[in-house]
Design a protein around this ligand. Structure first.
Ligand SMILES: Nc1ncnc2c1ncn2[C@@H]1O[C@H](COP(=O)(O)OP(=O)(O)O)[C@@H](O)[C@H]1O
Ligand SMILES: [Mg+2]
Length: 383
């Protein structure tokens, strides 16, 4: 029996938890090699980071310099630039280690003096003080790009900008535009923009007037298909000495709405519920589901309570939990959420969508998280 856990969720996955995505992987890796920019878009936790890191690892083995910047923590322009420089420095300086001469050479061209520290193992960390970056943030990002391109010499480099939706919330105008300028300046570097929060990302990338419009290729990442995920679930159960029936695996996949993260989370809870049995059954799936909802109930209560100032949003969420529908402007729906007109529903849906609490598949609105959906239904019998 393998000593690792059966399933993984909550953070990017690699083998043996990475399933399928052969086509997407090929597409992203090819763009990386040829220096064509690409945007990888999906709701949260569909597997964007896992995908691009795997592609980066592939091309990295071929000698392509790859830098990974996670923008999630950045709260202003200077911090964005600092995160990008840090990512590039980590990638470029990795193999140099203690060679301080190379380090000086590499950092000589920065507009802003970096903070350099050496770890006990010889690794080099380059930081930027956002205070000193200040208004020079655009130049600093350009420096980072130049650093990457110099290190890559004749080859392509790769700069991954993960959690790019953060950019939509920073500054007034022009932050997106600065990345467009960066993309235009990148001659031999493939910029990979990853973002969740489709509404925000579309505002940045799609349609006239969007700052990143027409730049690179858009890859809309869908869920991992059932034909790949069901055998994966069964195989992983096998590593724990258990047999999972196809029926049980399919039930997991569907109850979790096919969302990769939720599928793995439910699968893990199911295996735990089946700790005493060799065979994983539909009952274990149900117990696993209840366990996940129970474990998250405090967080769900908080999310629901956070909407207390907007009772219409609470009612819309409740109605969609009970009954996903495309007919959100029908009289019946308006009555059920106790509003007088369609505008009120539009406003509530937009707000809930902005918090990624609801989502639309095709035309149908539903509560985005299958576990939250169950929690709401359980909490509000008769409402
Ligand atoms: N290719 C995949 N195969 C199986 N599960 C995956 C895959 N990609 C993602 N997941 C699941 O989704 C979770 C979140 O993945 P992540 O790459 O962090 O998503 P994102 O970056 O889109 O938020 C992982 O912990 C894993 O459970
Ligand atoms: Mg991610």
């Amino acid at each position: 029996m393998e000593r690792t856990v059966a399933y993984r969720f909550g953070s990017p996955v690699e083998a043996p938890w990475f399933c399928d995505r052969a086509e997407e992987l090929k597409a992203v890796a090819n763009r990386m090699r040829s220096g064509i920019h690409v945007m990888v878009l999906s709701p949260r936790r569909y597997g964007k980071t896992s995908l691009v890191l795997r592609a980066a690892e592939q091309v990295g083995r071929e000698g392509v310099h790859t830098a990974y910047a996670n923008l999630l923590v950045a709260t202003n322009e200077a911090e964005l630039a600092a995160v990008v420089v840090q990512a590039v420095a980590r990638s470029v300086l990795g193999p140099l280690r203690r060679r301080r001469h190379g380090l000086e050479e590499a950092l000589r061209h920065l507009h802003v003096a970096p903070r350099v520290s050496f770890g006990p193992d010889g690794t080099v960390t380059v930081g930027l003080d956002p205070k000193t970056v200040g208004g020079a943030w655009v130049e600093v990002m350009g420096d980072a790009l130049a650093l990457l391109e110099r290190a890559s010499e004749q080859r392509a480099g790769v700069l991954i900008l993960d959690e790019f939706q953060v950019v939509a919330g920073i500054g007034r105008q022009g932050v997106g535009g600065a990345f467009k300028a960066l993309a235009d300046a990148a001659r031999r570097t493939c910029l990979v923009f990853c973002g969740s929060h489709l509404t925000l990302m579309e505002g940045l990338t799609k349609g006239r007037g969007a700052p990143l419009h027409g730049m690179g290729e858009r890859l809309l990442l869908d869920v991992v298909p059932e034909e790949a995920m069901v055998p994966y679930l069964r195989r992983r159960a096998g590593t724990q000495g258990k047999t999972m029936t196809t029926l049980a695996a399919e039930r997991i996949y569907r109850l979790a709405d096919a969302i990769p993260n939720s599928v793995q989370q439910l699968a893990q809870a199911t295996i735990e519920a089946a700790s005493e049995s060799r065979e994983v059954s539909l009952d274990h799936v149900e117990q696993g589901f209840a366990a996940v909802v129970e474990r998250q109930s405090a967080g769900f209560a908080q999310q629901y309570e956070d909407l207390a100032a907007a009772p219409t949003q609470q009612r819309v969420l409740r109605a969609l939990a009970r009954n996903p529908t495309s007919r959100v402007y029908a009289k019946e729906f308006l009555d059920s959420v106790q509003v007088a007109n369609a505008n009120a529903v539009t406003t509530a849906l937009r707000a809930l969508d902005g918090k990624e609490l609801v989502a639309r598949r095709g035309r149908e609105w539903h509560v985005a998280d299958p576990f939250l959906r169950r929690w709401i239904v359980d909490q509000s019998p008769g409402l």
